[in-house]
Write a protein that binds this ligand. Structure first.
Ligand code: PMP
Length: 421
């Protein structure tokens, strides 16, 4: 009964605003398996919200952190620098899909990376305006709440938000929003709300994460790049959720023929340690004056050590290829279920960023209820699934890319039964 007791203590000791999804408490974890305080075993398809592409406690990540623990845990990089920060920047600069010379700065959270990308873009362009998209999610700080394109629960009661932020439409085939519609929505912003010459950046997720795993069409990304070039606007790709092999490439922007000016990254960058980064064109990254960027914990040495190991593991275990293979397998399972389940409205994927969307067959409307039932059914058999989507009617799959084949197969069985139910 430890979980029940802990739940009571949690309710008494912590605010309801920190919403908690599961009623059980973690005791330990290994790769794709979690055990709770009552010994219950769970297959983890949440990965701490897309943080564990290399799994819980990957031995190489643990070893790297332990080695760093023996050396030093903190100096504040801006006071006493260390080589591992510089070499991690060098590795990311080599791999990030950025045109020309690239530089990288490290921070701690995803929201902080986005905040800093905005600071850098404004410093470089000397302009205030920011354009993002409906359904987008960029964080819980003030600027990133303003950028986020979903009101409940993220913005409820928290306004006013920073100004000069405008939302366009993100293409969504299922809801009939074409690339042309999306580009027209930006044109309307330029007519009704802001002169394009006052816009510093367009910020988008190449695959919307919290918004429902909506993949940006290639022609949309191209049109955005052209628009940005026409008006001197920077294109910022928020890869906090899509990065580090999840979509079958190290960065999702590698699926496109055009390149962004800045990329934000976090989550799976450091395999469970808090680390984020902004990578971008050197000239743009150098716009803020010395001292303008940083933070006491930004680029923490333990997290940086973990990130080096994560990059090694992604390469050694060919996790990009594995993401493609596992994603294909999962899509087949979902397509098979779709044949007999009238509730499945859509199945979509970019690599292992896979989603299934549920409608109520009686009304044809998005159904958060059916989505919850599938989640609950899977949980009864020990499979932890996350939902997402503006209507809460999408299940997203975020298993560690290192998950053993037999465990993945077992999870597919549980999922099929939950969908059939
Ligand atoms: N951007 C995107 C695309 C995200 O998915 C998230 C987190 N879900 C964030 C930013 C914010 O990251 P963090 O919670 O680490 O601040």
């Amino acid at each position: 009964m430890k979980n029940a007791e802990l739940n009571q203590r949690r309710q008494d000791a912590t605010p309801r605003g920190v919403g908690v999804m599961c009623g059980f408490y973690a005791e330990r974890a290994e790769n794709a398996t979690l055990w709770d305080v009552e010994g219950k075993e769970v297959i983890d398809f949440a990965s701490g919200i897309a943080v564990l592409n290399t799994g819980h406690r990957h031995p190489k990540v643990i070893a790297a952190i332990e080695k760093q623990l023996q050396a030093f845990t903190h100096t504040a990089y801006q006071i006493v620098p260390y080589e591992s920060y510089v070499s991690l920047a060098e590795r990311i600069n080599q791999r990030a899909p950025i045109a020309g010379p690239c530089k990288t700065a490290f921070f701690t959270t995803g929201a902080e990376a986005v905040e800093n990308a905005v600071k850098i873009a404004r410093a470089y362009t000397g302009r205030p305006g920011l354009i993002t998209f409906g359904g987008g999610f960029h964080g819980r700080t003030y600027m990133t709440m303003a950028l986020t394109g979903k009101v409940a629960p993220y913005k409820l009661g928290f306004g006013p938000f920073p100004g000069s932020v405008f939302h366009g439409q993100y293409p969504n085939a299922l809801y009939g929003v074409t690339t042309e519609d999306a580009m027209n929505s930006l044109d309307r912003l330029f007519k009704a709300d802001i002169d394009p010459k006052q816009v510093a950046a367009i910020v988008l997720e190449p695959v919307q994460g919290e918004g429902g795993f909506n993949v940006a069409p290639a022609e949309f990304m191209q049109a955005l790049r052209t628009l940005c070039d026409q008006h001197g606007i920077l294109l910022i790709a928020d890869e906090v959720q899509t990065g580090f092999a999840r979509t079958g490439k190290l960065f999702a922007m590698e699926h496109y023929s055009v390149k962004p000016d800045l990329i934000t990254m976090a989550k799976s960058l450091a395999g469970g340690m808090p680390l984020s980064a902004v990578a971008g064109r050197a000239e743009v990254m150098d716009a803020p004056a010395p001292g303008g960027l940083g933070g006491t914990y930004a680029g923490n040495p333990l997290a940086v050590a973990a990130a080096h190991a994560v990059l090694d593991v992604i390469e050694e275990e060919q996790l990009c290829q594995r993401a493609q293979r596992l994603g294909q397998h999962l899509v087949e399972v979902l397509q098979q279920a779709r044949k007999t389940s009238p509730t499945i409205a859509d199945v979509r994927a970019q690599g292992s960023m896979v989603a299934v969307e549920f409608n109520d067959p009686a009304t044809g409307k998005p159904s958060a209820d059916i989505t919850r039932q599938v989640q609950q059914k899977a949980m009864e058999e020990g499979l932890l699934l996350l939902s997402c989507g503006v209507n809460g009617n999408v299940i997203r799959f975020l298993y560690p890319l290192t998950i053993p084949d037999d465990q993945f197969t077992k999870a597919m069985g549980i999922l099929s039964r939950a969908l059939a139910h």
